[in-house]
Ligand binder design. Structure first.
Ligand SMILES: [Zn+2]
Length: 375
């Protein structure tokens, strides 16, 4: 059973944004790995608090969580669910609690190591951003140019070989056991495994010799993406110091609400309201779709609840399995007030044979129509 996010942060369900941030900062400092080295339980709490904050600090996600609980993020969505790794926590929320820890030299705080044995290449931390898209953008695919603040190597920073590990990036320890001498290797803590230390850096560079830089990154978003999906732009995260490789930019997709269309997988739904007269006499109407307007014909005698299927007017499947449909739901609007003359007319028609329901096969019940849609 997953622990409640409010409980993790120790706040009430109606906590304000400021209270949430304050509570998270407190927890992050309490369980910070620098304060609890090698304590797996503290690390677990550190991650849990970040996950809770990730969701509760976002108005949209918080609303979803309040309604559906942890289930809201069950489809492997961004945030919640899968939890966050240390890398992401530092790059995303580091500024909230980072001030409490003076980054004393070394390359601590940097993420994983690329490559296997031998010289390790330090990877810069990942950056995360959210991109909100309209249904039209999702249906057609879009290229977004987004300003990203990422740390890059400062050209005035120079490096020298790490004196602790002599540039190997590893500390080897030899111990005598009953089976003979055993050699164990672990990443060098002085240089973080890169084999290099800062020799000289300019005043505006940080402890790792990096400077903040704003850059416009072009992100190609394929058609058919889904809310919560995450795209990766390789190499557009923070740079790593020295000979390391840059981290990645992770782009979380959000879907903006459409004024008329509702998405259900690759299909779209549209509620069409027509008057009683239009239902009786037939009409034609312009429907908004994700690829422009389309005129559709409504036959005379149409029944309320009829579903018109516009094939291929939905969302392209993200995996290339064709396109969804646009399902137009016909709703006949029954007048709520009538004048004397109209009332007389309908009273006269009350027992008229043309006004008696005579459903045929083509006027399938709602449940049969739903069944049809999924087969
Ligand atoms: Zn070293």
């Amino acid at each position: 059973m997953k622990q409640d996010y409010y409980e993790i942060l120790g706040i009430s369900k109606n906590a304000s944004t400021a209270e949430i941030k304050k509570a998270y900062r407190k927890k992050a400092i309490e369980f910070h790995p620098d304060k609890n080295p090698g304590d797996a339980k503290a690390e677990e709490m550190f991650k849990k608090a970040a996950e809770a904050y990730e969701v509760l600090s976002n108005e949209d996600k918080r609303a979803r969580y309040d309604r559906f609980g942890h289930q809201a993020f069950e489809n492997g969505g961004f945030g919640g669910g899968g939890g966050m790794n240390m890398d992401d926590i530092f790059s995303q929320f580091g500024d909230i609690f980072g001030g409490a820890f003076g980054g004393g030299g070394g390359f601590s705080g940097f993420g994983g190591f690329g490559g296997g044995g031998g010289q390790r290449r330090v990877k810069g931390s990942n950056l995360r951003i959210r991109v909100a898209l309209t249904l039209e953008e999702i249906a057609n695919g879009v290229e977004k140019k987004i300003k990203v603040k990422r740390k890059i190597q400062d050209k005035d920073t120079t490096y020298k070989t790490c004196s602790t590990c002599n540039g190997t990036g590893q500390i080897t320890r030899i111990t005598n056991t009953i089976l003979g001498r055993m050699q164990t290797a672990s990443p060098c803590t002085t240089c973080g495994g890169s084999g290099q230390m800062i020799d000289h850096k300019s005043v505006n560079a940080d402890a790792q010799g990096l400077v903040m830089n704003e850059e416009t990154v072009s992100i190609k978003i394929p058609a058919g993406v889904v809310e919560g999906m995450q795209l990766k732009v390789a190499g557009k995260g923070n740079d790593a110091p020295g000979n390391g490789v840059p981290g990645d930019l992770l782009v979380a997709i959000e879907e903006k609400e459409h004024p008329f269309l509702q998405r259900e997988g690759d299909n779209l739904h549209y509620d069409l309201y027509i008057s009683l007269s239009e239902a009786v006499l037939g009409t034609s109407r312009e429907i908004e779709t994700v690829s422009g307007k389309v005129r559709i014909k409504i036959d005379e005698g149409v029944q309320s609840g009829k579903i018109l299927r516009l094939r291929g007017k939905g969302i392209p499947n993200i995996n290339g399995y064709g396109k969804g449909d646009l399902l137009v739901h016909v709703n006949v609007w029954t007048p709520k007030t009538l004048n004397r003359e109209q009332r007389d007319f309908f009273e006269r028609m009350a027992n008229d044979e043309h006004f008696q329901p005579k459903p045929e096969k083509s006027d399938k019940s709602f449940f049969e129509k739903v069944k049809d849609m999924f087969t």
